[in-house]
Design a protein around this ligand. Structure first.
Ligand SMILES: Cc1cc2nc3c(=O)[nH]c(=O)nc-3n(C[C@H](O)[C@H](O)[C@H](O)COP(=O)(O)OP(=O)(O)OC[C@H]3O[C@@H](n4cnc5c(N)ncnc54)[C@H](O)[C@@H]3O)c2cc1C
Length: 536
């Protein structure tokens, strides 16, 4: 079976082995019926449902290059610019429906990093990681599994590399090398959608030096493997999940879909060899992360575009309800919100279009554009957030609860106060739209996702700086101003103008990323040295 229906997906999640999941100091018996996770389970279920919907199938499925079967785009690493652009469109479209993480994107991005990197390692080192990876892909595709990538280690003191941390658990690491596999331990933080995944794909969070060998590990583990403890993160809405009942529809939750983040602790978890894709090859970790982030940071532009569009829609609706929609400054601000969405979207499309084909057959988006996309997503949506909060009025920020609006004693009085005055809408409609905005801007982790998910602004800025060809930029000016007079040099520079904005020459069918691991190590270690050094 290549594609699961929503019901089959839900059944497969219910059939997982019991998992050790905690929230608010108590053990969660069943994640599929636990109120604080209901919106998250609904979100990923919706993604499965739409994947089978004829209207969405073109966008959410593709043909497997391994089996020729129709598979989810989230289980098929990119093969072309067209597929990269489709990934952007899917991320945007799904964000407009669910207004949160798809829960399935990150796994596909883990595969996008592992495919070319294992190929490179086998080519250079004679390992058989690419074969293992390919078999694992077939397994995931044939079961239509939901996979999540776990990158972020808790890291401890940021000035110390993994091997210098007083507690090795600060980074996931190999405890034991066995003939049949490895045993790993350590923490991963902020894991989106992990409680509804079938497979957890572990990759390192930072480039590494040879001394970090035990921390250089990439592998796949079933989410219900023994030895994993999960602790669900809080959101400001925690209490509201428990309020929903037959009389209370859950308006205060803002919408019926959400994602979740959890801390995962791996306590001596065994991983058989066939699920290990990198094991101690520190010099390839930077390359893996470069391939991975090129796709991961492209996707950020798609889903933030979708979120910004939804936010613009809700704000526009409220401006209609309360009668300020015709005011000049409101129209301008709404247009700016719409343009924010298009900026994120356009950058993401450009990163996919201007990528290059790796010899493994996978398509790598343009890294400079992908990091620029992510960098833009760490700030632009916050202007949209500010505008939304301004337009929904202070009452939008301080609105009374659905519980109060439905209360037999004070309900009518509260409803009257919140009635927008527009006969097309009542107080409950206004509360629905208002809570939607609240959910996006401060009730959920949507803004945290824009800021940190897939890496924060500094990580994106440093990578963008690395992928910019500064010598070329200087040469252009030397030619333009006559500093450089050698006609051959000048011709070379002129011939390459417009095609060398980044270090990747996209006119070639081969990667020019052979220096990437070195570059990426520099990025990370220079970043470390910056801490407390007073240097800029
Ligand atoms: C809502 C949400 C969802 C997420 N989902 C996932 C997920 O599904 N999977 C996953 O793996 N991760 C996920 N993440 C984690 C995310 O990728 C990380 O939070 C992000 O990469 C930043 O890492 P960090 O939180 O450790 O912060 P840090 O990287 O430690 O950053 C904290 C601050 O310190 C600065 N800093 C850090 N190190 C240095 C240094 N050496 N020198 C100078 N300054 C430094 C940074 O610039 C930043 O300002 C998610 C995060 C959020 C908020």
């Amino acid at each position: 079976m290549a594609l699961k229906t929503k019901e089959q997906y839900q059944e497969s999640i219910r059939n997982r082995k019991p998992m050790d999941v905690w929230f608010l100091g108590e053990k969660v018996d069943d994640v599929t019926t636990f109120p604080p996770l209901a919106a998250s389970f609904a979100a990923i279920s919706k993604v499965y449902e739409l994947t089978g919907d004829p209207g969405w199938k073109d966008m959410l499925t593709t043909t497997s290059h391994l089996t020729g079967e129709t598979v989810s785009i989230y289980n098929a690493p990119l093969q072309s610019a067209e597929q990269a652009n489709n990934k952007t469109r899917a991320a945007r479209a799904l964000a407009e429906v669910i207004g949160c993480c798809t829960h399935r994107c990150t796994g596909s991005e883990g595969f996008a990093g592992l495919g070319p990197c294992t190929y490179d390692m086998d080519h250079d080192l004679g390992t058989n990681y690419f074969e293992r990876f390919t078999k694992f892909m077939e397994y995931v595709q044939s079961n239509d599994y939901s996979c999540t990538v776990t990158v972020t280690d808790v890291k401890g003191l940021r000035t110390l590399p993994p091997n210098k941390q007083p507690d090795r658990d600060m980074y996931v690491h190999i405890d034991e090398y066995r003939k049949d596999g490895i045993v790993i331990s350590g923490y991963k933080a902020n894991q989106t959608g992990i409680l509804f995944a079938h497979e957890v794909i572990i990759v390192p969070t930072t480039a590494m030096k040879p001394e970090d060998k035990d921390f250089a590990v990439a592998c796949a583990i079933p989410a219900d493997a023994p030895g994993i403890t999960y602790v669900l993160g809080r959101t400001p809405q925690d209490k509201r999940f428990f309020e929903v009942n037959e009389d209370i529809e859950g308006i205060d939750l803002g919408k019926m879909y959400a994602d979740h983040q959890a801390l995962a602790y791996f306590d001596h978890v065994f991983v058989p060899n066939e699920r290990v894709f990198l094991c101690g090859e520190t010099e390839y970790v930077g390359r893996l992360l470069n391939y991975f982030t090129a796709v991961h940071r492209l996707t950020a532009g798609g889903c933030k575009a979708g979120g910004c569009s939804a936010l613009a829609g809700a704000t526009s609706l409220i401006s209609d309800m309360i009668g300020v929609n015709k005011a000049g400054h409101i129209k301008e601000k709404l247009s700016e919100m719409a343009m924010t969405a298009e900026t994120c979207y356009g950058l993401s499309l450009a990163a996919g279009t201007e990528g290059f084909k790796h010899p493994s057959g996978f398509w790598i988006p343009n890294p400079l554009l992908a990091h620029t996309t992510k960098f833009t997503c760490t700030s632009a949506p916050f202007n949209a957030v500010r505008t939304a909060r301004e337009i929904i009025a202070g009452t939008g920020e301080t609105a009374c609860s659905e519980l109060d609006m439905r209360n037999p004693t004070i309900g009518k009085m509260v409803q009257k106060a919140f009635n927008p005055g527009n006969p097309a809408y009542d107080a409950f409609d206004r509360l629905r739209a208002t809570r939607f905005v609240e959910h996006m801007v401060r009730g959920s982790n949507w803004t945290a996702m824009a800021l940190h998910g897939g890496g924060n602004s500094e990580a994106a800025r440093m990578m963008a700086g690395r992928f910019t060809d500064w010598k070329h930029l200087q040469d252009m000016v030397k030619v333009a101003t006559g500093i450089e007079k050698d006609p051959i040099f000048c011709k070379d520079v002129l011939d390459s103008i417009g095609r060398r904005a980044g270090r990747i020459d996209t006119t070639l069918d081969l990667p020019t990323m052979s220096d990437v691991p070195v570059e990426s190590k520099k990025v990370v270690f220079e970043k470390r040295e910056l801490v407390g050094s007073g240097k800029k």
